[in-house]
Design a protein around this ligand. Structure first.
Ligand SMILES: [Zn+2]
Length: 228
């Protein structure tokens, strides 16, 4: 089983792939989305929209909602950092309260994320999605108990990607497609090529990581028929 830990594309016709789709609040969950799970949260780009936080209580009653996010901090975005921080802290509390992992969007804010994790003593797993930083930042995030998810970085700067992958224990890794439109199997193949391991190795490794965090030995949501 392959895992796409963060994507915005809910179409899934490959039964060998489980996806965690970032929930679009304008969309509805349809019947028959098998192997499609969801994360829901407030993205740092959207912190200025007014949000009714009660919506999360309702969403997370649905077993297919397995993570909070994507949420985080983005210093390259015009939304004020203070507002982003305020909303992110709410998402951190939500994750702790409902005991679901947090999927994080962070741009030029890895050290802020580390400080918040320490300050809040957050115990839930945090996954930094779309990691783009240096091997040193990767190591620091891992040392503070976080998981890193890789996608586009693997294609942009291969020599840097090799160094980063080298700095991260395999048990702390995830793979993703985010908004790239790539096929997740291709991302596995790319990772295999960059690490001199085969796709089979990565398939098993990432699935173990997934089970460890999301607690699904068997997919509970699989073939669930949730119509709303
Ligand atoms: Zn995303």
């Amino acid at each position: 089983m392959f895992v796409d830990v963060h994507t915005h594309d809910r179409n899934n016709d490959n039964q060998q792939v489980v996806k965690i789709v970032n929930f679009d609040f304008t969309d509805k969950i349809k019947d028959g989305d098998s192997n499609v799970l969801f994360s829901a949260g407030i993205h740092p780009w959207n912190v200025c929209q007014s949000v009714d936080f009660e919506i999360f209580d309702e969403l997370f009653e649905n077993k297919r909602f397995v993570a909070v996010g994507e949420s985080g901090l983005d210093r390259a975005h015009p939304a004020t950092f203070e507002k982003q921080r305020e909303v992110f802290l709410k998402m951190v509390s939500l994750s702790e309260q409902i005991r679901k992992p947090l999927i994080i969007h962070a741009v030029r804010a890895y050290s802020d994320i580390i400080s918040i994790k320490k300050e809040k003593r957050a115990a839930m797993p945090w996954i930094i999605h779309g990691f783009q930083g240096s091997p040193e930042s990767a190591q620091q995030l891992v040392n503070h108990g976080m998981w890193l998810s890789f996608g586009e970085m693997l294609y942009r700067n291969e020599s840097q990607a090799v160094k980063v992958l080298d700095a991260v224990p395999f048990g702390k890794m995830f793979l993703e497609t985010d908004v790239s439109g790539r096929d997740i199997i291709g991302v596995y193949e790319k990772t295999a090529a960059l690490t001199n391991r085969d796709v089979d190795f990565w398939e098993k490794m990432i699935f173990e990581n997934y089970k460890g965090i999301f607690g699904y030995g068997k997919l509970e949501g699989q073939n669930a028929n949730i119509g709303w």
